[in-house]
Design a protein around this ligand. Structure first.
Ligand code: SF4
Length: 173
């Protein structure tokens, strides 16, 4: 879908950044295939939801049926419906926030900023350099801009009144 090109460009840039951080700090990062501690049910911008829905069409009918059944009963704070045996059924197409899982992130909230990262990672690190940290506010600002363009150009009529959708809703589009 052409309207998703900006989003795909952003994904590529974020992959470049997160791959660089993971490579530079490989000794401090315990993330591995099979660990699904971060994979909780998410809410998405429409552009992310549509991109995931498009990728979902690549799964076999049986798998899609099974995952849709999980999506129908997914709860807000439960496991992600795309989680299968500890792995992501659409790993190559996972949303942006999933690409930062495990890495140190700077979270901006009312009252200031805080650093957050998986407690399994950086257990022996005494300090963290700025280039190892993903600024979630900056990342969300970029994503919001890409989403705004997408919604205006491609999706406006279908999501009236809906600024975000759950990952399960995206799979059921
Ligand atoms: S989309 Fe994939 S990586 Fe993201 S939370 Fe779901 S299972 Fe995990």
């Amino acid at each position: 879908m052409e309207g998703l090109n900006n989003y795909r460009t952003l994904l590529a840039k974020i992959d470049e950044m997160t791959t660089g951080i993971s490579a530079a700090h490989a000794a401090d990062i315990a993330c591995r295939k099979g660990c699904d501690r971060c994979c909780r049910h998410l809410s998405l911008f429409p552009v992310e939801g549509v991109a995931l829905a498009v990728a979902f069409r690549s799964l076999s009918a049986d798998r899609a049926l099974f995952i849709r059944a999980k999506a129908r009963s997914a709860t807000a704070d439960g496991p992600c419906p795309l989680l299968e045996n500890g792995e992501c059924a659409l790993y190559a197409h996972r949303p942006i926030i999933c690409r930062t899982h495990g890495l140190p992130v700077l979270v901006t909230e009312e009252g200031g900023q805080r650093l957050d990262f998986c407690p399994l990672n950086f257990t022996n690190a005494e300090s963290l350099s700025g280039d190892a940290v993903v600024d979630l506010e900056k990342l969300n600002t970029l994503l919001a801009a890409v989403n705004k363009l997408f919604v205006t150009e491609c999706w406006e009529r279908k999501i009236v009144g809906k600024e975000r959708l759950s990952l399960a809703e995206a799979l059921l589009l």
